[in-house]
Design a protein around this ligand. Structure first.
Ligand code: FES
Length: 153
């Protein structure tokens, strides 16, 4: 973590008055700013909130949204919840892994491939999200077309 990033991290922590009960909110602040919560960030947060690193790490590892590695330039999420599974999200995920060359939960420089559990788009299953934009009825062909249109890969 650069000195500048450390200052930004401290500002995020202090914007929540360095209160341990605000841990989730300030972790979201780190993800919004940096895209992930690094080991250095966990150390900084633990120091500032007077918590153990294990306490902070436990919360980070519990929630899917708190990545611990720098993500790809684009975030692709495929719904793995029940309605989407019934409509082929497992097959879509297999296809996505092949097309992107990235396993689920992993990332390349260009893209992170992540599971998500319901995008509120169940009527149009299977659903996916690219950089925060939701798409429905995603077949393999539609996936390829969306990736070509939305990503610079
Ligand atoms: S189950 Fe996939 S969008 Fe709801």
């Amino acid at each position: 973590m650069s000195p500048q990033d450390r200052e930004i991290g401290l500002a995020i922590i202090r914007s929540f008055d360095s209160k341990p009960k605000m841990l989730i909110q300030l972790l979201h602040g780190f993800v919004d700013k940096f895209g992930f919560v690094s080991d250095e960030a966990i150390r900084l947060i633990a120091e500032e909130l007077n918590l153990s690193r294990a306490d902070v790490h436990g919360v980070v590892s519990y929630y899917h949204d708190f990545r611990t590695e720098k993500p790809g330039r684009h975030i692709v999420k495929i719904c793995q919840a029940e309605a989407c599974q019934a409509m082929g999200s497992r097959e879509l995920t297999e296809h996505a892994q092949q097309r992107l060359g990235v396993e689920l939960h992993k990332h390349s420089e260009a893209v992170s491939l992540e599971p998500v559990y319901c995008l509120g788009n169940c009527a149009c299953a299977p659903a996916m999200m690219i950089d925060g934009k939701t798409w429905g009825r995603v077949s393999s062909d539609r996936f390829d077309a969306l990736i070509a249109a939305e990503l610079d890969t």
